[in-house]
Write a new protein. Sequence first.
Length: 310
Amino acid sequence: RRREEEQRRREEEQRRREEEQRRREEAELRLQSTQQDLQSARQALRSEQLLRQALENRVNATTFEQFLQSCHEHLSVPLAFQPKKSKSTKGSITAPKGRYCPTTLREWSDFPHERDDLFGRVFHLLHPPKSHPLTVFTSPEGLKTIGNLACRRQMGSELDLMSYERFAVEEQVISIFQELAKLNTDSLLPNLGLGVSFENHANTLDENPGPAEQARRGWRPRSDQLCVFRRDGESESLLFVIEYKAGHKLQPVALKDGLQPCNFWEDIVQAHVIPKKDNEKERATYNARQLSGAAITQTFDYMIREGVEY
């Protein structure tokens, strides 16, 4: 009987140890489950924070660097030209008879250096090295909306191009100048003024020109021309003239072949002998030079008449 009681006690002790082991294992499983739930909750919270931050970044004003990247992504990349000739404007570039023309064409060899130097100055002002960058530009989401509207139509005419340029280029350039004008730019951009404006009428320079001035300004910008002014207080000065040309009328290959260093008067204006059709290469080069030369001469003539240096 004593052995039976000892056996029973040993069995009860074994059952008690097994029960304690089971409870410990269940507790460990509950703890692991709780830890997993906490980890999942943390991940969900982190994902929500990242999503909220991403949405805020797309909606809120952004930096100059992000602004340029978004302009490229939403305004430049989606731009497309009308492939069907039946839906594009007809005709070619008007022959610039009786206009002032340049005497020579030569490469602006130091342009890349000057461009990079100027961009570096602007970037330094908007991304100061010792503080946070300025977040003052249109958000990526805002530029996406502008791009959807500006790039909705395929470019098939000067009017299409003008509409695109107005919203996708001019307004964005103006916004950059507006922000720069709020800063102290005396050391880096001493000639900035108060910004720029894009106008369709050059006679805004002088509302009451005299007879001699009226004679000198016998021309008026057409609907496909734009005058760019530098604003400084209440005064404005004409910087340069823009003339819009539809992409199907003045293609990149024509500009590449036509804008080569040359004696403009002798090689283009006085080039009266048209290569024969069987000489395709020379004829293509001739046509490219005549086409790009006509475009250059029109704008050059307007700028000379207005006394613009560049």
